[in-house]
Design a protein around this ligand. Structure first.
Ligand code: SF4
Length: 81
């Protein structure tokens, strides 16, 4: 799944997005509430908050390598590493 703001996009691989435990962790760590859980516990990306991203990398640290990508649309789609 991918959701785009004006400056930031977030892409989460579908298997990771279906993992309720990971969805819960992402929901907890993001300081600006870009992640939430749907009623069934799977991941939701909160589009209206995307551009609030502070590039803190907490979501990257909380997830398996490559499962979550934070993409800087304002910088030629550069991926936060
Ligand atoms: S880098 Fe930080 S602010 Fe941006 S989506 Fe990840 S946890 Fe949220």
């Amino acid at each position: 799944m991918r959701a785009d703001g004006v400056f930031i996009a977030v892409e989460v691989d579908d298997r990771a997005a279906a993992d309720r435990e990971l969805a819960n962790k992402l929901t907890e760590v993001c300081p600006v509430d870009i992640y939430a859980q749907r009623g069934d516990g799977t991941l939701e990306i909160v589009e209206r908050n995307l551009d609030e991203c502070v590039l803190c990398r907490l979501c990257l640290d909380a997830s398996p390598d490559g499962a979550v990508k934070v993409i800087k649309r304002y910088d030629n789609e550069a991926v936060l590493v």
